[in-house]
Design a protein around this ligand. Structure first.
Ligand SMILES: [Zn+2]
Length: 451
């Protein structure tokens, strides 16, 4: 039994505590204590009576759960939310997104887009996100200023962009960022080679060597569509996953994003190497890319985390929607309603995300000694009544707007739905400026004409 602390900064008495570890369980009549940036006790309320707390919070209608972990996204792309929809991946990228990025991406674009994304994620209960985008130093700075935990994966590409000219420059700038933030406890930095179709094997080999030497994460879009895999077979006579394996890029620090197009040998290779899968169900469905076979991955013991992808292909950054979609898509694809439970979907958005990002000893569950990344969700509103099972309500009936409090590293970043570190009025004004600058240019026939 763990000793009960004498004092705490915050003592919370919620209706339910969903610890995630153990999975599929919840505590009623329990309390949670936070001291500095850590959870110092999860215990029955009567045993918490002796804890002297600076602040006590009664949340009888709320569930307390670990903050959600968005394991894949491109925060600055929030400025392109709704800019181009209803297209398949390749024309969507080539005809709309890449030209818009070529015209508009800058340090200021990334600063404002990242802040918009972070604001949205905090409101929907996310406490950690992973990012892959240009000017990663700017995103890291915004996250640090707001107090949000993140994994920044710096892009590696073979073609010039506004941020770097060639693969060596992307890598040099990314590793310089890693040095700059090494004392910042909220931020980790990894490699973000975009994909095997935008990064040459020679550049991927450099990433493999450096990532092994530095023992840091590699985060890559992989097997997103059938055509990506087919074209790689034509080009290299092998599947992208096999190319990565040959290059030494598959291991417990590899985060494979999407993975919709998988055969049994791919799944066996993922299991043998300990690589993680980041499943982005809504982005995959919207772009009609395919569906990640989560049930088969689970059976093979592969860790599957959840990501939203960028807001341009989702179009929100809400992991509650992603949990629901992941559970439902897994059931549909496997034609088996039992394959993913609500508790397993919540684990995908919390502890599995922490495992994929290599921070599961610190976050991802509500356990004594872990960092205090916690959210409170109000389950007393019509959307979540009646309440037979809080896990069911959280995964199948909560839309994110019921998140009332969000603590990251022991600090409240949202209290009663009010930000503590973001000026939402000023942010909205800057986003309005970008909206006018980027301009969606609706076609005349899309506009309603007065009768
Ligand atoms: Zn992506």
């Amino acid at each position: 039994m763990k000793p009960i602390p004498d004092s705490a900064d915050t003592l919370i008495h919620p209706g339910w505590i969903i610890p995630v570890i153990p999975e599929n369980k919840w505590f009623i009549g329990h309390s949670l204590a936070i001291k500095e940036n850590r959870i110092v006790a999860v215990l029955p309320r009567d045993e918490a009576a002796g804890i002297q707390a600076k602040q006590t919070l009664e949340l009888p209608n709320h569930a307390l759960l670990p903050g959600l972990i968005n394991a894949h996204g491109h925060t600055a792309m929030s400025l392109l939310r709704g800019y181009a929809d209803d297209q398949p991946l390749v024309p969507w990228l080539e005809q709309h997104i890449w030209p818009a990025e070529a015209n508009h991406v800058s340090a200021e674009f990334v600063r404002d887009g990242a802040e918009l994304a972070i604001a949205e994620m905090i409101r929907a209960g996310t406490t950690t996100f992973s990012d892959m985008y240009f000017f990663p130093d700017i995103c890291a700075q915004v996250a640090s200023d707001v107090g949000m935990r993140c994994q920044i994966t710096f892009p590696v590409l073979d073609f010039p962009t506004v941020w770097a000219q060639h693969a060596d420059e992307y890598i040099r700038k990314g590793l310089a960022l890693r040095d700059d933030v090494k004392h910042n406890d909220l931020i980790t930095v990894g490699f973000g080679p975009h994909s095997t179709y935008t990064v040459s094997q020679a550049s991927l080999a450099k990433v493999a060597t450096l990532a092994a030497e530095l023992d840091i994460a590699v985060h890559i879009h992989l097997h997103e569509t059938p055509s990506e895999v087919q074209e790689a077979i034509t080009r290299n006579s092998e599947r992208p996953l096999n190319s990565l394996h040959k290059l030494g890029l598959l291991g417990p620090k590899t985060q494979c994003v999407h993975m919709t197009e998988l055969v049994d040998d791919d799944i066996a290779l993922l299991a043998a190497t300990g690589a993680h899968v980041i499943h982005c169900p809504q982005s995959n469905m919207k772009l009609a890319s395919g569906g990640c076979p989560v049930a088969k991955l689970k059976k093979a013991g592969i860790n599957v985390a959840l990501g939203t992808d960028g807001a341009a292909s989702n179009n929100d950054l809400n992991l509650f929607g992603e949990m629901q979609s992941a559970a439902m898509l897994a059931k549909l694809l496997s034609q088996d309603a039992t394959v993913i439970t609500a508790g397993e979907a919540l684990a995908m958005a919390t502890i599995n995300g922490a495992r994929a990002l290599g921070i599961d000893e610190q976050v991802g569950s509500l356990e004594t000694g872990k960092l205090a990344d916690i959210i409170a969700v109000d389950l007393s509103q019509p959307e979540t009544l009646p309440l037979y099972n809080p896990l069911s309500q959280l995964v199948y009936a909560t839309n994110g707007s019921q998140v009332s409090h969000n603590w990251i590293d022991g600090k409240l970043v949202m209290q009663d739905r009010q930000f503590t570190g973001i000026d939402s009025g000023a942010l909205a004004a800057r986003i309005q400026h970008w909206q006018q600058k980027i301009g969606a240019n609706p076609k005349d026939e899309d506009l309603c004409q007065p009768l």
